[in-house]
Design a protein. Structure first.
Length: 301
């Protein structure tokens, strides 16, 4: 299932966890990493596990858990503590290559067996660009990718620290500097190549609703299908931006109807444009998204 909005929620705050359940986000990322101090790690694990056990119905909102990086001593205790709650998936930060995704998959197989969960039911979302090495290892995802790996996102903040940069923005344009544009492009290409969901990075200025919507629409045009959120107010904006508009849906239906009226043709004309099989596939994807989430009613981007 496509996830448009991924809202991070501190795992050690029962109040914020409860508010997250009422948020329109498609998925909550119950956080055991950056938003939790070391002395509250066990408190967060217990709270996250209890929250998942109390929210077993995931038909409206998925529950994922971001653990600490796999090469730290806290990651396995994180997993052991939360798997009882049957998370929909694990968000894996600071990934360096697909080898860490595979290693996490082996851990999940053992823990699924311990908890009586269906084998392979716990998916993986890799935050794939937070280390310097990660920019050089995207090719490793292309050979025999893990079937658990269903989403990939990128990040510019931790990457800037890893690269020793003082900032990740071009001072003249305000846009991301070259290494971070590369990270975004590689993440998108790798995700699309293996059939995983490509997820856009956070919009750090949580008060800038206009900028967030512009960022979402830019991501969607590029090929991303969802976005990370760091504030509850961002979820609705992300959902709207990544849901097909009424105009898009109407056009997609015209494309599908045109091909159906002309079976056997690989190319058709519509409004002065030549359309072929990729356009038909895109139209069908838009219709499927609209049926899943409902058209937004907003003007097309």
């Amino acid at each position: 299932m496509i996830v448009r909005s991924w809202l991070f929620v501190p795992g050690d705050s029962e109040r914020k966890l409860a508010r997250g359940a009422e948020n329109p986000a498609d998925a909550l990322v119950l956080d055991l990493e950056d938003s939790v101090s070391k002395d509250r790690q066990q408190i967060a694990r217990d709270a996250v596990r209890a929250f998942m056990l109390a929210h077993r119905d995931r038909s409206r909102q998925q529950l994922w858990v971001r653990i600490t990086p796999l090469d730290t001593p806290t990651s396995l205790p994180d997993l052991a503590a939360v798997m009882q709650g049957a998370p929909d998936g694990i968000v894996l930060p600071k990934v360096t290559s697909s080898a860490q995704v595979d290693a996490l998959g082996h851990c999940l197989s053992a823990l699924e067996a311990r908890e009586g969960l269906a084998p392979g039911s716990t998916r993986i979302h890799a935050v794939a660009t937070e280390t310097a090495a990660s920019l050089l290892t995207f090719h490793t995802y292309l050979s025999n990718p893990s079937p658990r790996l269903t989403a990939m996102s990128w990040g510019g903040e931790d990457l800037a620290a890893a690269l020793g940069a003082s900032d990740n923005r071009d001072p003249d344009t305000g846009g991301y500097d070259d290494p971070y544009r590369l990270a975004k492009s590689l993440c998108l290409a790798a995700a699309r190549a293996i059939g995983a969901q490509a997820v856009g990075t956070v919009h750090v200025d949580y008060k800038d609703a206009v900028g967030l919507e512009r960022d979402c629409r830019r991501d969607r045009r590029a090929g991303f299908v969802g976005k990370l959120a760091i504030h509850p107010d961002q979820s609705a904006i992300i959902n709207r931006a990544f849901t097909p508009s009424d105009d898009e849906l109407a056009y997609a239906r015209r494309v599908v109807e045109l091909f159906e009226r002309n079976p056997g043709l690989g190319v058709v004309g519509l409004e002065g444009k030549m359309l072929d099989m990729p356009h038909l596939k895109q139209a069908r994807n838009i219709i499927a998204l609209a049926e899943r989430f409902g058209a937004s009613g907003a003007a097309g981007p």
